[in-house]
Each structure stands twice: as C-alpha cells, then as structure tokens.
Design a protein around this ligand. Structure first.
Ligand code: G3H
Ligand code: 13P
Ligand code: ZN
Length: 328
C-alpha cells in the first residue's frame, strides 16, 4: 500500500535503520526499485522532483505508483515530492496521490536564492498544517546544500543554491534546527552538512572538513526525536564512473559520500537518505555498454533491460547497507 513517510521513518527509528529515498522519472526506474525491494524485503521511499513530475506527467506517475502498490501488496511504499518549492507545489502533489511532501523553504520559490529563517518557517508551517489534515507527511530543510570545498557553488550539473554561500549557510545550526522543528511541526528535517546534488561533490575522498558528520551528531543531540534527512547522498562509485568512461562517456574523476559515512549518520538519527545520481550513472553506464558492444541493436528493450537491472543492483546494495532490507 501507499503509506505516509512518517510511518516508515518511525519504524526505522525504532529499529535503528535508514531508508534510501530513490528518485524516479519513468516506469523502468519504478520497476527497478520495486524489484530490489521485493528481493530484499524492504519498505520503499520513491520520490519525484518537480522536474520529474513535469517529465513524466502526474497522471502517468500516479498510475505507475498505484501499479507498484497493486503488484507488491506486501511492501509499504511512500510516494514523496522531492524539493517542493512552494505550498502550491506540495498541495498539487497531494492532489495527485503523493503521501509525503518536502517543502524546501531553505531556498526561495526560484529554487536557487537562499531564503531567510522567517520565510522558511512561514512556507513550511503552511504546508505542515495543510498536509497533516490530509494524512500526508512533511519534510523541511534548514541550511543550504552546497559544497564546503567550493563555497556553495555547485561544481557541475547539480542544482541547489547558486553562487557564493557563507560557511554558516552551508551548515545547519543545531539550536536553530531545534527551533525550526518546534516552529513548523515537520516530520523530518533535511540538514546541510557539506553534501551537494549531482556527481561532482568532492574532488577527493571527503574528510571531516568538507563532510561534517559531526554536525549530524550535534543536531541529533538537540533533536533526539526528529528524523533527519541527508540529501546529496550518492556515493558516486568508482566502478560506475569507469563503466561510463570505458564505453565512450566523459565524466571527470569525482568523489561522493562514502556509504560508511552514511552508516555513521544512521547511528545518529538519519532515517532518509536521498540517492539519485548513483542510479542515473548505473543506467547510463549500462546503456552505453550495451549499445557500444551491440551497435546493431535497436529494440528499446535491449538497452532498457540492462539499464533497469543495473539500477536494481544499486538499489539493492543501498537497501542492504542502510539496514532497510528485511523490514518491509
Ligand atoms: O533534487 C535532486 C534530484 O536529483 C532530482 O533531480 O530535479 O534533475 O529531477 P532533478
Ligand atoms: P544525489 O545527487 O547525491 O543523488 O542526491 C539526490 C537528492 O538529494 C535528491 O533530493
Ligand atoms: Zn535533494
């Protein structure tokens, strides 16, 4: 069945595990996640960004999600709006069957201008008041995602705040986080600790100065009962970079968030871990490989199938390492 995020995160907190929140844009990605969940007996968070909703159209997405729930009645599935930019976006997600929404008020409605605390509280509170009446969960965000290496400027193809951000804006303040949760009533809080969206997060394997896992612990100490969310948490595995580059791709060497660091976060209240880039890379690598090795093929299924399989393997690996496997 489709269930609210809160239900999954409460169970995860009681049993000390985290859940991957996996982005989708089409049927094959939903199938990859559901097969991975079925094989590992995992509860599922599927999320769609505003861009994904536009690409796939709400009616297709809604019916695909209902199909997933129908085909796998034993697996609880949360359908989550990733990075809602306004109360209107969140309400339209709810109207389209989403069981959870993120109101990202860390940025203004344009999705790139950092917002002040009062604006963030106002839009987020508006959403929690409306969503909770409809049985829908809410994730908020305090602090702007962005690289501590480059002062907030995204290095490539990610999105989030653009331009220079101060060190303070790039790291969530623990006291302010406690105040924000009290002021808004969110079910889960996304925090900024130095991660950024996309593949180009770090120029070398991250150490504590650019990936501040200690901050998670400090926030958790102030907010022991709040579910924390890590965005920008793809690990950008070397083997996926290598496959893409071996078969004609051009990705520069880059580093993501090591799975062991995420596991440390899970020990300190992280319950939802957003992963999109790793699945994009898995699918792209598989398509490149198939079409390079079999240039004669043109049946769509010939390259969609290995792409779906590659994404499924990434999903299974994350479900197992975050501890959600066995908890459906
Ligand atoms: O928010 C980041 C996710 O990776 C979704 O990306 O907005 O390009 O669909 P997107
Ligand atoms: P990645 O780009 O690291 O996969 O992050 C995805 C994300 O945070 C979606 O909200
Ligand atoms: Zn995100």
């Amino acid at each position: 069945p489709l269930v609210p995020l809160r239900l999954l995160l409460d169970h995860a907190a009681e049993n000390n595990y985290g859940l991957a929140a996996l982005n989708v844009n089409n049927m094959e990605q939903i199938q990859a996640i559901m097969e991975a969940a079925d094989e590992t007996n995992s509860p599922v968070i599927i999320q769609a960004s505003r861009g994904a909703r536009k690409y796939s159209q709400d009616a297709y997405l809604r019916h695909l999600m209902l199909a997933a729930a129908e085909l796998y009645p034993h697996i609880p599935v949360c359908m989550h709006q990733d990075h809602g930019n306004s109360p209107e976006t969140c309400q339209s997600a709810i109207d389209n069957g989403f069981t959870s929404v993120m109101m990202d008020g860390s940025l203004k409605e344009d999705g790139c201008t950092p917002a002040d605390y009062d604006y963030n509280v106002q839009v987020t509170k508006t959403v929690t008041e409306a969503a909770h009446k409809q049985g829908v969960s809410v994730e908020g965000e305090l602090g702007c995602l962005g690289s501590l290496e480059s002062g907030g400027g995204e290095q490539e193809d990610g999105h989030g705040a653009t331009g220079e951000l101060s060190h303070d804006q790039l790291l969530t303040d623990p006291d302010e986080a406690a105040q924000f949760v009290a002021d808004t009533g969110v079910d889960a809080l996304a925090v900024a600790i130095g991660t950024s969206h996309g593949a180009y997060k770090f120029t070398k394997k991250p150490t504590g100065d650019v990936l501040d896992m200690g901050r998670i612990e400090a926030i958790h100490n102030k907010l022991p009962n709040c579910h924390l969310v890590m965005h920008g948490s793809s690990s950008v595995p070397q083997e996926l970079q290598d496959i893409i580059n071996e078969f004609g791709g051009e990705m520069k060497q880059t580093y993501g968030v090591p799975v062991e660091e995420i596991q440390k976060g899970i020990k300190h209240g992280v319950r939802k871990i957003n992963v999109d880039t790793d699945n994009r890379m898995a699918m792209t690598g598989a398509v490149r490989k198939l079409l390079m090795q079999h240039p004669e093929k043109f049946d769509v299924r010939d390259w969609m199938k290995p792409a779906r399989e590659a994404m499924k393997q990434v999903c299974k690996a994350r479900m197992e390492s975050f501890g959600q496997a066995g908890n459906a």
